[in-house]
Design a protein around this ligand. Sequence first.
Ligand code: DGP
Ligand code: NA
Ligand code: NA
Length: 208
Amino acid sequence: MARAPLIAIEGLDRTGKTTQTSKLLSHLTSSKVKNRLIKFPDRTTPIGQLINKYLTDKQFELSDQSAHLLFSANRWELYTEIINSLTKESTAVVLDRYVYSGVAYSAAKGLDFQWCLNPDVGMPKPDVTIFLKLKDSKATSKREGYGDERYEVVEFQDKVRFQFEKFENESNWHDIYVDGKGIEEVEREIWSVIEPYINGVEEDLHKF
Ligand code: DGP
Ligand code: NA
Ligand code: NA
């Protein structure tokens, strides 16, 4: 039986993920596809509140490993909701960041890549992942508010990008360059990738 698709939008900080995610939700709604957004980290849960403090308060220290496990735990908090949406509720789930961010940001600090993936093993794998990509990571640092949060440092973002690129050979992965493009052009490119999935996917859920 067909189920609804799991769609992830990934990218470095301030590449327009949140804008493009909301555009994508509108396209799904106009196409009469039931849909919901889940944004990671979900800062509203108890674990999410701790993550928010970690991201916004540079005096609040956690070891890299424990921060990593909190981000993963935050995804597991939503596990049942994601599965139920896709299956029982036939609702497409759009993820604004997911496991790929989880691995890339922590591996960029020097933690072992496979160690970083391990706590998310068992989470559902997206049917399709859009990676909003920059040719020049300095371009985004000019955006308003850049640098407000812990990871918004150009040198660190370059390391994160290097880790994200390790996923580029995944079969569900689609790079979309955003440099020099308008919001609408990127929006159209995303929709052309997503549209083939909107009427549901036949397969069982894949897991990490
Ligand atoms: P956002 O709310 O999308 O701007 O994400 C907040 C910041 O947290 C951003 O710099 C990316 C980072 N981030 C998101 N997910 C994870 C994760 O699972 N692990 C780590 N270490 N960082 C993450
Ligand atoms: Na951010
Ligand atoms: Na964002």
